[in-house]
Ligand binder design. Structure first.
Ligand code: CP
Length: 255
């Protein structure tokens, strides 16, 4: 059962393709059309699904820890498809696969994760995976969106996008998650693009061609300009393609 409490294009659809390619029977639960909209709890929803004899739940939820919470309470395997600002493990894995496809290795790569790190589950899963496989990781963005405690994980902190571009082999550009911002984190989108936007002008000054990743959905003209997103060094669509293979692998191993 694909149980998505938040909107998703890439993750939900690629999980469904992965399930179908492995010959699973799948059901997508749109929470707005389920009894969750009448106040049914997450656990009651999952227990009722389980009463129909399911094997796995793929869950996306706005609360950090929701997947673990559910996994501790039902017998089925639970796969985290993104929980709040915490983790997005299959995105981390597909980003690693995309980098390995491009560079042939992860060990020794310099990867800069740029933008709204504070609200990003993608950043957290990337950091764990990249460091585990021997990459060097930097995070870069406005001070309001960079958790200083991340330094304890072993990442570098860079405050200028120009420094990240000069340092890195690959940039993972993050979306500004405006829906999770309840405060004045940035002066304006225009100002953000002017100071932190990944633009072709900035990339042209890099000592080498950088590989460009973005987990999607993109705010074109904010964190990334269209000529970069659609340019020759972008692997944004290969990331999406790799998402199906990664999710098939995760489903297969858990089954
Ligand atoms: N990368 C990602 O999680 O995209 P979706 O929100 O569209 O699933």
């Amino acid at each position: 059962v694909n149980l998505f409490f938040e909107a998703s294009t890439r993750t939900r659809i690629s999980f469904e393709f992965a399930e179908k390619r492995l010959s699973a029977d799948t059901v997508n639960v749109a929470t707005s059309a389920s009894s969750v909209s009448k106040g049914e709890t997450l656990v009651d929803t999952a227990r009722n699904l389980e009463a129909m004899r399911i094997d796995m739940v793929v869950i996306r939820h706005p609360s950090s820890g929701a997947a673990k919470f559910l996994g501790d309470r039902i017998r089925s395997n639970v796969i985290n498809a993104g929980d709040g600002m915490h983790e997005h493990p299959t995105q981390g894995l597909l980003d690693l696969l995309t980098l390995r496809d491009k560079f042939g290795k992860i060990q020794g790569l310099k990867v800069a994760i740029c933008g709204d790190v504070l609200h990003s589950r993608v950043a957290r899963s990337n950091i764990w995976g990249l460091l585990k496989l021997g990459a060097e990781v930097a995070i870069c963005g406005p001070a309001t969106l960079i958790p200083r405690e991340f330094k304890e994980l072993g990442v570098h902190i860079l405050s200028r996008i120009e420094d990240a571009i000069a340092w890195a082999d690959a940039l993972n550009v993050l979306r500004l998650q405006l829906e999770r911002m309840h405060g004045g984190f940035i002066p304006s989108l225009r100002e953000y693009n002017r100071v932190f936007g990944v633009t072709s002008e900035r990339l042209a000054r890099a000592p080498k061609d950088l590989v460009i990743l973005h987990p999607g959905p993109m705010n074109r003209g904010v964190e990334i300009d269209s000529d970069v997103a659609d340019g020759p060094h972008s692997v944004i669509l290969p990331q999406v393609t790799n998402g199906v293979a990664i999710r098939m692998a995760v489903l297969y191993l858990l089954a």
